[in-house]
Structures are given as structure tokens and as C-alpha cells.
Ligand binder design. Structure first.
Ligand code: SF4
Ligand code: SF4
Length: 68
């Protein structure tokens, strides 16, 4: 999907069955696009810069970045 200003939005998908809840991904995200609400991961597409740092830091390979 393309936004009104021609921006492609992306989303971060976290595979719960692989995730060990180390929260490294949240700590390294430079824009604050990842956060937790209770124990649920929240990804803010508007804040995300698609840098892939969260995906790279995840030793469980639980993160995928998908274009929407
Ligand atoms: S870095 Fe990977 S294993 Fe750690 S909390 Fe994030 S998704 Fe889960
Ligand atoms: S891709 Fe980059 S900006 Fe987006 S959630 Fe991951 S670390 Fe944060």
C-alpha cells in the first residue's frame, strides 16, 4: 500500500513462538517505533525508518520486516 504522500509503509512482525522476550529490539530501535503495551509488541509504522536494526539484533530471528 502506498500512503497519500507516496510513502511505502512497512510493518515489523514478531514471531511469538521464536521470541525469548529479551527486548533488545526495543532497546536498539533508533526512532522509538517499537514499544510494549503490557506484553504485546507495538510497531508504529509512521515512526519506523526501515533501518532493519531490530531484525539484525534479534538472535532468535523472530523479526521480519514486511512492506504493506
Ligand atoms: S530481539 Fe527478538 S527475541 Fe528479543 S524481544 Fe525482540 S523479537 Fe523477541
Ligand atoms: S526497522 Fe529500524 S526504525 Fe523500524 S522498528 Fe526496526 S529498528 Fe525501529
Amino acid at each position: 500500500m502506498t500512503g497519500a504522500e507516496g510513502i511505502n509503509f512497512v510493518t515489523v512482525r514478531i514471531n511469538d513462538s521464536k521470541c525469548n522476550r529479551c527486548y533488545e529490539c526495543i532497546d536498539v530501535c533508533p526512532t522509538g517505533a517499537l514499544s510494549l503495551e503490557q506484553t504485546i509488541f507495538i510497531h508504529n509504522s509512521y515512526e519506523c525508518s526501515y533501518c532493519e536494526v531490530c531484525m539484525d539484533v534479534c538472535e532468535q530471528e523472530a523479526i521480519k520486516i514486511l512492506e504493506m
